[in-house]
Design a binder for this molecule. Sequence first.
Ligand SMILES: NC(=O)c1ccc[n+]([C@@H]2O[C@H](COP(=O)([O-])OP(=O)(O)OC[C@H]3O[C@@H](n4cnc5c(N)ncnc54)[C@H](O)[C@@H]3O)[C@@H](O)[C@H]2O)c1
Length: 314
Amino acid sequence: MGCYLVTGVAGFIGMSLAKRLLSMGNQVVGIDNLSTGYSDNIPKEVLFFKGGCQDASLYNEIPQVAYEAIFHIAGQSSGEISFDDPVYDLRTNTESTLHLLKFALKINCHRFIYASSMSVYGDFLSGPVTERDAINPKSFYAVGKFASEQYLKLYEQYGIKSTSLRFFNVYGPGQNLANLRQGMVSIYLAQLFSYDKIKVQGDPDRFRDFIYIDDVIAACLLCLSHPEASGKAINIAYGVKTKVTELINKLITISGKQVEVEYSGKTPGDIYGSYANISLAKQILGFNPQYNLDNGLEKMIAWAKSIYRERVAL
Ligand SMILES: NC(=O)c1ccc[n+]([C@@H]2O[C@H](COP(=O)([O-])OP(=O)(O)OC[C@H]3O[C@@H](n4cnc5c(N)ncnc54)[C@H](O)[C@@H]3O)[C@@H](O)[C@H]2O)c1
């Protein structure tokens, strides 16, 4: 038990992590600028500070205590949105990482876990991608994620033991169903429930590797008990290739809603596909994802139905 700093605590992954840490009897200090997250998401036991991680003055406000670890989860998390304002993306994502690393050094916090992304690989069409494969970012967002990973590596020389978790497509209860530019599963699910029509921008044969939120949180926590993960970037995925069309068919079947599906256009910076080799996560972290896409979608759709029922009842 101890105290943890979690950035992005009002967002999908950050709040899920904070809830889990609290349920284990820990204390959580949380940061979020509420750009895409909601204050209602933040568990009430979290000591919350509203601010951008790229803002140097924030680090004078937050407690300078002996954190067991810093989980840097905050970030603008869409490749597409990074094209709107690349300078903002650099500041909000990459500069943020540098400030947090400086803070970690100042307060002698030696464990730093970072929410990186599969987007660093760009397209990888020839089988499951490993951490040894080439980096080929296709968006400003992906460039910034990789730059953050490199800053983490530089800070290893000062004794900050860091791990970059390269999340593939994360989905599950708590994902933002109001933001139609972020998160493939949440976007299609929101369209299915709100508009009775799913509009797919891009090729139906594009593919992804979908990983359920509980498995992602398990991976974050496994880093704490596996110091050998420090200095590494590790794929966090289910390890299965799923085409966009397969995802949509599953959403329709599991939800029981008959909807029209329209395919058109494309999204800037979108990759055609990649899926992960997760041997390193298994070997170093003992990572063993529990939810295949069917099990995970069943849980997420049950949650989404309850949200939409509540809205209709209001
Ligand atoms: N969801 C995925 O599929 C996925 C995949 C790969 C990587 N990631 C990474 O995981 C992290 C969390 O993603 P998410 O899905 O929970 O997104 P999210 O948008 O739900 O959560 C991100 C949170 O960070 C906050 N935030 C953004 N920039 C900030 C800043 N500069 N300072 C303080 N707070 C800031 C937002 O308000 C939000 O609450 C992001 O860094 C994202 O890039 C997510």
